[in-house]
Structure formats: C-alpha cells, structure tokens
Design a protein around this ligand. Structure first.
Ligand SMILES: NC(=O)c1ccc[n+]([C@@H]2O[C@H](COP(=O)([O-])OP(=O)(O)OC[C@H]3O[C@@H](n4cnc5c(N)ncnc54)[C@H](O)[C@@H]3O)[C@@H](O)[C@H]2O)c1
Length: 208
C-alpha cells in the first residue's frame, strides 16, 4: 500500500468529520450496528444505540428499545434528540434472520420477521423525520442485504424482507431532495448475480 493510501485511511479513521453531528443506530448493541456506532463516535459524532440491550461501550448512549413497538421507538428517538439537541443521521440496522423455503415458514414467522426487518425501519425513520428535517446534513442509512437482490436458497422470507427495504423510499418523498445509494444492487451486478429477490421455488432441493 502507498504512503498516500495509508495517510488517507489514517485520516478517515481518526478524523473528526462527524463533529457536531448526532446519530442513532438501531441494532447498535452488537455486530454491524455497534461497529457503525463506534466508527461514527470515533469520528466525532454523538451516537445513541437503540437496541433490545442498552449495554454499549462509552461514549455511546445505550437506549433500550424494541423496534416492533412504535411507542418505544418514538420515545427513544425523542430521548436521543433531547439529549443531543439535534438529529442528523439514522442508521436503521436492526434486523433478524430467517431460514427456509417459502413453504417452511409459517404466517407467524413471516409476520415476526417483517415486523422487525421492514416495519422496524419504517417506525424508526417515521419517528426521526421531523428532527431530520431540521438538519443541514440529514442522512438515512438502511441495512439491507445482498439477499435482497440475489436469490439465495433457503432464505425466502429473509430475502423478501430485505428486498422490501431495497425498494423503499426512506426519505421524505423527495420533498427536500435527497441521495440514494443502492449498493446491494450495484454489487449484485458487479458480481454477475442474477437480480431475482426471494427464491420461491424449492430452495435448491431439486433444482428450481
Ligand atoms: N451479518 C451479516 O452477514 C449480514 C449481511 C447482510 C445484512 N445483514 C444485516 O445487518 C444487520 C445487522 O446484522 P448483524 O450481523 O450485525 O446482526 P447482530 O445479530 O449481531 O445484530 C443485530 C442487533 O439488532 C438487535 N435487534 C434485534 N431485534 C431487535 C428489535 N426488535 N429491536 C431492536 N433491536 C433489535 C439485536 O439485539 C442485535 O444487537 C441486520 O439487519 C442484518 O439483516 C447482516
């Protein structure tokens, strides 16, 4: 690696380019959400992690919140806005997995996964939009998945939930313009996957 690349990465990881910015990250107590929260904080942002668990390392603010509960989401977002005095970035990341073909999962399981993966995002963004409209740097990031666009065997329900997110406008309907990134779609094209969304066949058991 070149010296220039090394110094760019050092700047990227230690810079304070998020100073003065406030963020919430759902599912921020572990995995990708926690890593995102830590990175944002290391670059100067104030960050609240909304999760079933409120155990997060300082200086992150842990707020216990189940994204299946609209009142809880609204209360947690309001608390973060009150604490930080603003809200600029929403990372709607909380999600759960599901395995199986379309015939393996019951209606209850479909409702359970959509309640977290899809409605949870809607509840989070809905609660945050009023505060985001006051920001001069508002951004909403939704964690979808390659499963949204590449048909993956045994992931019918999970792919459907992530595919729904990939098609959802989480801004304010273009009222104030906005940026949109469809990274899963671009990556899928780059890797030469077919764009198919959920596999609703036999999950590869006997070809489909
Ligand atoms: N790990 C991967 O390979 C991968 C790949 C593509 C997409 N994703 C997506 O990335 C996101 C994070 O995945 P991860 O691998 O970090 O998972 P993870 O299980 O480590 O973290 C998910 C977090 O979400 C929280 N959570 C679950 N249900 C919740 C609820 N109802 N309310 C609030 N918080 C809730 C959990 O407590 C957990 O802290 C998910 O949306 C997942 O679908 C993950």
């Amino acid at each position: 690696m070149s010296d220039e690349f090394d110094s760019m990465m050092a700047g990227a990881l230690t810079g304070a380019d998020f100073a003065g910015t406030a963020a919430i990250v759902t599912g921020g107590a572990s995995g990708i959400g926690l890593a995102t929260a830590v990175l944002l904080a290391s670059r100067g942002a104030q960050v609240a992690c909304l999760d079933l668990s409120d155990e997060v390392p300082e200086p992150l603010l842990g707020l216990k919140c189940d994204v299946r509960d609209d009142a809880a989401v609204r209360a947690a977002v309001a608390l973060a806005v009150q604490r930080f005095g603003r809200l600029d970035v929403v990372v709607a990341n909380a999600g759960i997995g599901a395995q199986g073909t379309v015939e393996d999962n019951s209606d209850d399981e479909w409702h359970r996964v959509f309640d977290v993966n899809v409605l949870g995002v809607a509840r989070t963004v809905r609660a945050a939009l009023p505060a985001l409209r006051d920001s001069d740097r508002a951004a909403v990031v939704v964690t979808s998945s390659i499963a949204a666009v590449a048909g993956i065997p045994q992931r019918a329900l999970y792919s459907a939930s992530k595919g729904a997110l990939a098609r959802t406008d989480v801004g304010d309907g273009g009222r104030r313009g906005g940026r949109r990134r469809t990274s899963e779609r671009r990556r899928a094209w780059n890797r030469g996957h077919s764009l198919g969304g959920p596999v609703v066949g036999l999950g590869g058991r006997s070809g489909s």
